[in-house]
Design a protein around this ligand. Sequence first.
Ligand SMILES: [Zn+2]
Length: 216
Amino acid sequence: MDLLLFGPPGAGKGTQAKFLVDLLGIPQISTGDMMRAERKSGSDLGKQFDEYMSAGKLVPDGLVLDLMLKRLTQADAKNGAIFDGYPRTVDQAESLDALLGQLERRIDRVVSLDVQLDAIVERVTGRRVCLDCGQTYHVRYSPPPQNGECTSCRGTQIVQRSDDTEEVVRKRYEEYKAKTEPVLAHYEEKGVVQRVEGVGSLEEITERIKEAIGVE
Ligand SMILES: [Zn+2]
């Protein structure tokens, strides 16, 4: 199954994607992670990414698609993948559809995590992150330990990221509304979208997603 996890930035897609990886036995495709790995590997493609990324420029869609093709034909992704954070525009969605078509695949399911802006603001501004291992906490829902030691790695640098502010959240949300939300309409026309209420505990949301895609 090729599944697209959709929703505004801060809706919790990344966290849910990790559960789905275990549940469905297919990998999560993150273009950011893939590009970083490719740069590190020193491949030709990686060098091209490097030129754009080190200049702070946006990597052209065509190059991202080359990478996507490479990734989707690797053994662990042959039976499907979980897309999270890509496609971000209708153009990218159409390109991805065409690419999957070449592989005789398609986006089978789109799970849209519906979360209102106010809830995202609360979630993101309350987020705290361990600088050593990336473990996340929330001041209200899963507070960092009182002794200041990370529960995963015992690191002591649990901080608020500088871009986890209301201003940044609102700006990203507006961009999402304008450019990314139309992707949902694109897949709605194909009848593959399932909407899931994205507010609640992690477990509650995971249960709703499982129900939506018909997996126990
Ligand atoms: Zn940690």
